[in-house]
Design a protein around this ligand. Structure first.
Ligand code: PMP
Length: 401
């Protein structure tokens, strides 16, 4: 039997992530890697987690922790998140929160909830590769979201209709985006609500890096701005996706969606059908660690990552030849470089690995239309400032040559 014959049509669009494939090659000694956009494991609050897991068992909650639990998520954790969302300007209750297995699962569910084959998803060029991966399974068409507002709502609607579907949502990574490190300013966030209202579509607000701000004023989430206009979260079309992956630890796989109750109810049904619920014990441990060390831990992360960001920005200024430009991020893990138009990020990576032993991610994979060949993403989350300087020096030498 030819196995491919029994696969569904949606499989055709699911391909291995270039980044995951690449990461497999990077375990070699001597490589300076700016490729993986992952938290530094040396910074995990491991003692706090160790204490939390042992407290669960010594406090007699072991049976609860090991048992099935409700699809909505662990109540004390949903309450903690509702409080945290309130602090961000999003008044809500636990009924507006669904716990997911990472925010990645939220993206999958939201794609499943809204996209029929041929519908249009508005995304940035570039955008988070994992969002494209999640949505691809639902066979959408992508159109380029222009946050500057230089395309009319009608233009998006007409293009979607001509392609045989309708626009369903606009997806955006709002703070220190993966891959560009950019943050949407307040006016742009307001414009996104206008666009969504006019098109009568949802907004997926990906806030995976929200906690990791190193400078500048916090900007209210799109959801907060929409609530300010409409009075209540239950009147809003924005679906906020949060995550503990960058603030505490990704391995526990705990994220959340914060949205209007009717959307949450539908997503709960999807969660029941897909995996019943996220790991009970991990939700309990996150609830304990979040309620004890969240603020102090995040403050430490900010200080550490800020120093690495600053080291990378200084190294770029010192070592990059003219013609290479980059965006200064106010937080997160990434710096996005644009190379001269004739250069190709993937070719550069091959040469960089061979001659300079420096790794990064070529930018093309983040573009739904395959453009962006002359861009690359650098992550500063893993290396110390001295290594960052050395790696950027080598990359600068390669680019100058
Ligand atoms: N959104 C963005 C922008 C990301 O960069 C990531 C992780 N790289 C995710 C969502 C998913 O993270 P998680 O599932 O661990 O919450």
């Amino acid at each position: 039997m030819e196995w491919q014959q029994v696969f569904s049509t949606r499989i055709a669009r699911m391909k291995a992530s270039e980044i995951r494939e690449l990461l497999k090659l990077l375990d070699q000694p001597g490589i300076i890697s700016f490729a993986g956009g992952i938290p530094d494991p040396r910074l995990f609050p491991d003692t706090a987690f160790q204490d939390a897991y042992s407290a669960i068992f010594s406090d007699g909650a072991g049976a609860e922790a090991l048992q099935y639990s409700v699809s909505e998520g662990y109540t004390p954790l949903r309450d903690w998140i509702a409080g945290e969302m309130g602090r961000l300007g999003v008044p809500c209750t636990r009924d507006n929160i669904l716990i997911t297995s990472g925010s990645q699962q939220a993206l999958d569910y939201l794609g499943k909830l809204m996209l029929s084959p041929g519908d249009t998803a508005l995304v940035g060029w570039p955008t988070y590769l994992g969002a494209l991966g999640a949505f691809n399974a639902y066979e959408p068409r992508y159109d380029r979201l222009s946050p500057q507002g230089n395309r009319s709502a009608q233009d998006y609607a007409d293009a979607a209709e001509a392609a045989g579907g309708r626009v369903k949502f606009a997806y955006m990574s709002v703070d220190f985006a993966n891959p560009t490190g950019e943050t949407l300013d307040r006016a742009t966030r307001e414009r996104m609500i206008d666009l969504a209202d006019t098109l009568d579509i949802a907004v997926i607000e990906d806030a995976a890096y929200q906690a990791l701000r190193y400078e500048g004023e916090e900007i209210p989430p799109i959801l907060a701005l929409e609530i300010a206009r409409k009075g209540s979260i239950d009147a809003c079309r924005t679906l906020y996706c949060g995550s503990f992956s960058k603030s505490l630890a990704p391995g526990l796989r705990v994220g959340w969606v914060c949205a209007a109750k009717p959307a949450i109810s539908q997503l709960v049904l999807m969660k029941q059908a897909a995996d019943l619920h996220s790991s009970t014990i991990n939700q309990m441990a996150i609830a304990e660690v979040a309620s004890t060390v969240f603020d102090s831990h995040v403050a430490m992360l900010r200080d550490t990552y800020r120093a690495r960001r600053d080291a990378m920005l200084a190294a770029l200024a010192a070592h990059m030849p003219p013609g290479v430009t980059w965006i200064k991020p106010e937080g997160g893990m990434f710096i996005w470089l644009t190379l001269p138009a004739r250069m190709d990020g993937a070719d550069l990576l091959a040469r960089s690995l061979e001659n300079q032993r420096v790794a990064f991610v070529p930018g093309r994979a983040f573009h739904a239309d395959g453009s962006g060949g002359n861009t690359i993403r650098l992550s500063f989350s893993l290396a110390d400032p001295v290594t960052i300087d050395e790696g950027i020096k080598r990359l600068g030498a390669l680019l100058s040559a």
